[in-house]
Design a protein around this ligand. Sequence first.
Ligand SMILES: *Cc1c(COP(=O)(O)O)cnc(C)c1O
Length: 438
Amino acid sequence: MTKHSTANWPALLDFDQQHLWHPYAKMPASTPAIGVNSTRGSRIRLADGREVIDGMSSWWAAIHGYNHPTILQAMHQQLDTMPHIMFGGLTHEPAIELAQRLVKLSPQGLDKVFLADSGSVSMEVAIKIALQYWISLKRPEKHRLLTVRNGYHGDTFATMAVSDPENGMHSLFTHMLKQHLFAPSPQMGFNRTSDNTDIVALEALLKKHHHEIAAVTIEPIVQGAGGMRFYRPDYLTQLRTLCDRYEVLLIVDEIATGFGRTGQLFASHWAGISPDIMCVGKALTGGTMTLAATLCSAAISDAISAGTPGLLMHGPTFMGNPLACAAANASIDLLLSSPWKKQVQSIEQHLQTTLTPLSELKGVADVRVLGAIGVVELEHSDLGPAIQAAALNENVWLRPFGKLVYTMPAFNIPQCELEQLTQGMTNAIATVLNDSQP
Ligand SMILES: *Cc1c(COP(=O)(O)O)cnc(C)c1O
């Protein structure tokens, strides 16, 4: 049942533009946002009545498409019994069942679960856990973080400080951000056999600074918002070994990669490693509710509990929100009962076939595909808005950023819609690049 919209869109959009911040936007916005009336599967119904194919899964999240009846039903049921209850001193089935699922599915040894409200918060908690661990072991001098360039871990202050110093927000907030250590980005290429210069540089930093480093933070296999870069599993395997050798915790940020996106349930699985701390978010609820989680090993929680004050010092008001947990449980069950691996492989193949030819175009720097992620990197960073508009003309929703035009469709997108999506994407890129040539 789609609710018929009687909204006065021109007035609403005008108010939106004048009063409502959007992600990384001007106030008032330089261009008005596009009104949306409803969603269904891989389709978005816009305010002007048009239905467009969704290429973004609402930023990695809607892996089953929108309004999946199984998730909606679980949410309706939870809504009727208990939409929310505080988590301090109280508990409930949706949270317990979610923790059971996460412990079971995540890499071995990650037994302890902290439910957070968003990806950034889960990374804040991960960093706090790492710092509290070393404080508890009476080694408070281990308080810096080591990470790699081109990373992205969130928009809050602790996470900004471990995101890429150039394309992130460092220059703006330098005086407010803790100065961490940055190794070069892992060399690009999932299948690349590497000379290990990247690992050598990382080890040099560990060797020099390990006495003051609490943890390494990294996005496994796919660096998302910091550049949409893919790298080899062997890098992670070596990183795990180095972290053990130099007594540094490994924090793996699976917020974008978790729940199948790269072709493994978690990207860490490509390397067969277990991090000490892991974050999930984005696709956790199938794109329905904001929820994230930080998992850690018993060794870490034991140390924190044995230290002073003996408590993990974090506890959001809406921690473990039952409605979000119910959505997550339904989404995870749906994923596991679906042929998601096959679906992701078939999307990967289709993206390879349809996007790779774009690399011949003047103005395209690189085309890369991994799992259900397709990236076209342009030579110039100013064509995003034109490509977004051209794609919309083809009834496709894309949200390029900088030089990157990319898609990460829902795993269950019907073949004909996937074809429409890549056709629209390639047409939009070709048209805009063609028009931009002198
Ligand atoms: C999106 C993202 C975050 C931040 O999550 P929010 O829910 O936006 O706070 C952190 N790390 C990675 C890898 C992400 O992709």
